[in-house]
Design a protein around this ligand. Structure first.
Ligand code: GDP
Length: 476
């Protein structure tokens, strides 16, 4: 069943520990709901005055006591946010106590015994949404901020929390709602042969909306990168310096570096930060013809890693000639986004720089392209590593971030809804072109605007809410 947002104002009061488990300087038990003040009054004894009608956004010092045994549980600071000026738009109290498991659980226990119910995961944020303080895209931004692994992804989540994404979607949705009412008017006047909106104007507006959706959808790819990061596979024949390169990128000794070819038999995966983008780097077993069963397995896994990677760093040893094995690998990754990493540049003297050119010429011959991204590095000295990172960033992000303030779609749910809205608009456009009756076109436009409404939560189902809020922690 589809719902629309109307302030729900719940009848029950929820409570939870809002700080992470474990020991800390302070811990917070949070309450929200109509009985928040009543429950708190029973268990809180301020050192001054009383707690009958506290001001909103005030901080009061006192003790939490068990009303039955009169035992003092903890010395606390209590912050009060009165409805509707709170996170949930309900009365909210946060009990700031000492941050140990025992004081926190004892206080929570007391609160539950005196009329509150344990909150479900994300229930405070769910109430903020259902009471109309934030929309669904903003609620999702809350979890994105909590979970963000890089500054870049956090910046975009904060952007979404401010309502930038929702603003853009709402504009688009309003345009479609307008369009639909024009179309519905046309249905009413169809008998009179009165054209409310010309076919050309209609097409123009539909294309405009579709273009906006396409733009948002193309930002989704970059959104995914910012959220989930990228996968980079380091490949190359044995002993070219793959593990050394991985270590350089990680700045620490993780993979085993040896002189014996073929030692990195397993796949090592580590995460580095490339200009704010998390990148999982997979150091692979190398690819070469072998009879060793264990190594064969490693090579199969290397092929899988190549398949999964967003970008491949094909490592070559420029201090040697290009091997037959190198050429085999170059052929194997022809269709993959690749950076040719010319390693061991420290072994080449200036006079020999021609050898690098010869090396590149041979690669050009194999790839039939003179536009191969390449870089000279030394994993031994670290020369060129920063430039390699820059090159990776540029190849992955390209010019997709034109304006840092552009709205990004970084949520799969939003992406799906946009795709559906796009399909409906395409159908509407086809309908106009084939002179379908306006009611059919209106119905497609309606579907498109409903799908946009799903993003901000103008329309939602219980399933959608459950799916979103189950990812939250209790207390948020
Ligand atoms: P892998 O088999 O491709 O992982 O290669 P390793 O990283 O284990 O390196 C093989 C050998 O090459 C080791 O002795 C490294 O110290 C050496 N090596 C790696 N990179 C460089 C480099 O840039 N310059 C020099 N001179 N030696 C390197």
């Amino acid at each position: 069943m589809k719902n629309t947002v109307q302030p729900a104002y719940y009848s029950d009061t929820i409570a939870a520990i809002s700080t992470p488990p474990g020991e800390g300087g302070i811990g917070i038990v949070r309450l929200s709901g109509p009985d928040t003040l009543k429950i708190t009054q029973k268990i809180f004894l301020p050192f001054k005055n009383n707690f009958i009608n506290p001001r909103s956004h005030s901080l009061i010092y006192g003790n939490i006591i068990s009303p039955e045994s009169k035992e003092i549980i903890d010395e606390v600071l209590l912050s009060t946010m009165r409805a509707p000026y709170s996170y949930t738009r309900e009365d909210v109290v946060e009990i700031n106590c000492h941050g140990g498991l025992l004081p926190l659980t004892k206080i929570l226990q007391l609160v539950l015994e005196h009329g509150a119910r344990l909150a479900e995961p994300g229930e405070f944020t769910k109430r903020a949404f259902l009471n109309g303080r934030i929309d669904l895209a903003q609620a999702e931004a809350v979890i994105d901020i909590i979970r963000s692994k890089t500054e870049e992804s956090m910046r975009h989540a904060a952007f979404q929390l401010q309502g930038k994404t929702s603003g853009e979607i709402t504009l688009l949705r309003n345009l479609l709602i307008d369009l639909r009412s024009h179309l519905e008017l046309s249905i009413d006047f169809i008998e009179d042969d009165l054209e409310i909106i010309s076919k050309n104007k209609l097409l123009e507006l539909l294309y405009q909306a579709l273009e906006k959706i396409d733009k948002l959808l193309s930002s989704a790819k970059i959104g995914r990168i910012l959220r989930e990061g990228i996968k980079i596979a380091i490949i190359g024949r044995p002993n070219v310096g793959k593990s050394s390169l991985l270590n350089r990128l990680l700045n620490e000794e993780r993979a085993i570096v040896t002189h014996i070819p073929g030692t990195t038999r397993d796949i090592i995966e580590e995460t580095i930060n490339i200009n704010g983008i998390p990148a999982a780097i997979i150091d692979t077993a190398g690819i070469r013809k072998t009879t060793d069963e264990v190594e064969k397995l490693g090579i199969e896994r290397t092929r899988m890693s190549i398949h999964q990677a967003d970008i491949v760093l094909l490592t070559l040893d420029v201090s040697e000639k290009l091997h037959e094995e190198d050429i085999e690998i170059i052929k194997e990754i022809k269709n993959k986004k690749t950076i040719y990493v010319l390693n061991k540049i420290d072994k080449i003297f200036n006079s020999e720089s021609k050898s690098v050119q010869n090396f590149l010429d041979l690669i050009y011959e194999e790839t039939f392209s003179r536009e191969i991204p390449h870089i000279q590095i030394s994993s031994l000295t670290g020369e060129g590593i920063e430039n390699l990172k820059k090159l990776i960033y540029n190849l992955i992000i390209n010019k997709r971030i034109d304006n840092k303030n552009d709205v990004f779609i970084n949520n799969i749910r939003h992406e799906e809804a946009l795709k559906k809205a796009g399909y409906s608009l395409l159908r509407a456009i086809e309908g106009v072109k084939s002179k379908l009756s306006p009611e059919f076109i209106a119905s497609d436009v309606k579907e498109a605007s409903e799908n946009l409404g799903i993003i901000t939560g103008k329309t939602f189902t219980e399933d959608i809410l459950d799916n979103i809020f189950k990812n939250f922690c209790i207390g948020k």
